[in-house]
Design a protein around this ligand. Structure first.
Ligand code: IPD
Ligand code: CA
Ligand code: CA
Length: 268
C-alpha cells in the first residue's frame, strides 16, 4: 500500500469509527442548518477535524478541501489536494438510518489519484488507486456485467437542497424508470458511486453534487472498469457535479436516456 493510501485509510477509519460511536447518542448532538434541507452536526465537524489532523500530520504542505472547513492551504508545486466529505449522508445519519459514509479523495495536479469511501456500520472500506484498481476490504472490485437499462438497478439522488433543476431531474427520473430500471435513492452519493464500482448498482446519475461527494467515488468506478462523466458525456464532472456513471453500456444508455430531458441552462 502506498503511504498516501495508508494515511487516507487511517483518516477514513478514524472518522468513520467516531461517527459510528457518536451515532449511539444522536439525541445529544447539536444540529444546525446551513441552508434549506442542509444540515450539519457536531459529528460532521468533529469527523472532519480528525481527518484533517491525520492528513496534516503526515503531509503538512498539502492543500485540503473539506465540506465543513472549506479550502485550506495552497496547492503548491506538488499539486496535491485532499477532497473530503467527513459524513456523506448527514440526513440519514441524523435520522438513525444506517446509510452514510466517509469520503476522501486525493487529487494531484488536477488528476484523481486516490479514493477511499468507508461505511463504518458495515465495516466496508472501498479503496481505489489510479492505475492499480479498486478493492472492497480484501476483494478486487469490478463493475457489473449489465449491458442494458431493462433490468438494471440504478442509484440516484433527488435534488432536495436546491430545487433549481427539480423539473429537469423529474423528467430524467421518469425516462430512466420507463426504460425499465429499478431506481434506488439511498441518500449518500459517495456510497452510491462505490456501489457502482462494486457491481451492486449497474449505474448512477445525480445533478448538482459537490466535489467532496464524488472525488473518491469517481476514481472507484473508473478503477473498477466502469465509466463516469458529466451529464453531457464530457469531463466537467468535478466542476458541475452533474454525474452519470455505470458499466460501459449502462453509462451510455443512461446518457442517451437522460440527455433529451436536460434544459439548455443546465451546465454539463
Ligand atoms: C448529500 C448526499 C446525498 C445527495 C446530496 C448530498 P451530505 O451529501 O450525498 O445523497 O443527494 O446531494 O449533498 O450533505 O449528506 O454530505
Ligand atoms: Ca456529501
Ligand atoms: Ca457531508
Amino acid at each position: 500500500m502506498s503511504p498516501l493510501i495508508t494515511i487516507a485509510v487511517r483518516a477514513a477509519r478514524a472518522a468513520g469509527d467516531f461517527l459510528l460511536r457518536t451515532g449511539e447518542r444522536l439525541d445529544e448532538l447539536r444540529v444546525e442548518m446551513k441552508g434549506p434541507n442542509d444540515f450539519v452536526s457536531e459529528a460532521d465537524r468533529e469527523a472532519e477535524r480528525r481527518i484533517v489532523e491525520i492528513i496534516r500530520r503526515a503531509y503538512p504542505d498539502h492543500a485540503i478541501l473539506g465540506e465543513e472547513g472549506g479550502a485550506q492551504g495552497d496547492v503548491g508545486s506538488h499539486g496535491a489536494r485532499w477532497i473530503i466529505d467527513p459524513l456523506d449522508g448527514t440526513t440519514n445519519y441524523l435520522h438513525g438510518l444506517p446509510w452514510y459514509a466517509v469520503s476522501i479523495g486525493l487529487e494531484i495536479k488536477g488528476r484523481l489519484e486516490i479514493g477511499v469511501v468507508y461505511d463504518p456500520g458495515r465495516n466496508e472500506l472501498f479503496v481505489a488507486e489510479r492505475g492499480k484498481g479498486a478493492r472492497l476490504n480484501d476483494r478486487r472490485l469490478r463493475v457489473s456485467a449489465q449491458t442494458r437499462l431493462p433490468g438494471a438497478v440504478v442509484g440516484t439522488g433527488f435534488p432536495f437542497k436546491s430545487h433549481q433543476h427539480l423539473d429537469a431531474y423529474t423528467e430524467t427520473f421518469k425516462a430512466v424508470s420507463r426504460a425499465g430500471c429499478a431506481v434506488r435513492r439511498a441518500g449518500s452519493a459517495a456510497l452510491d458511486l462505490a456501489y457502482v464500482a462494486a457491481g451492486r448498482f449497474d449505474g448512477f446519475w445525480e445533478l448538482g453534487l459537490q466535489a467532496w461527494d464524488i472525488a473518491a467515488g469517481v476514481l472507484l468506478i473508473r478503477e473498477a472498469g466502469g465509466v463516469v462523466t458529466d451529464i453531457r458525456g464530457g469531463d466537467q464532472i468535478m466542476k458541475t457535479g452533474n454525474v452519470v456513471g455505470g458499466t460501459l453500456r449502462v453509462h451510455q444508455a443512461l446518457l442517451d436516456t437522460i440527455k433529451p430531458h436536460l434544459g439548455a441552462d443546465l451546465p454539463a
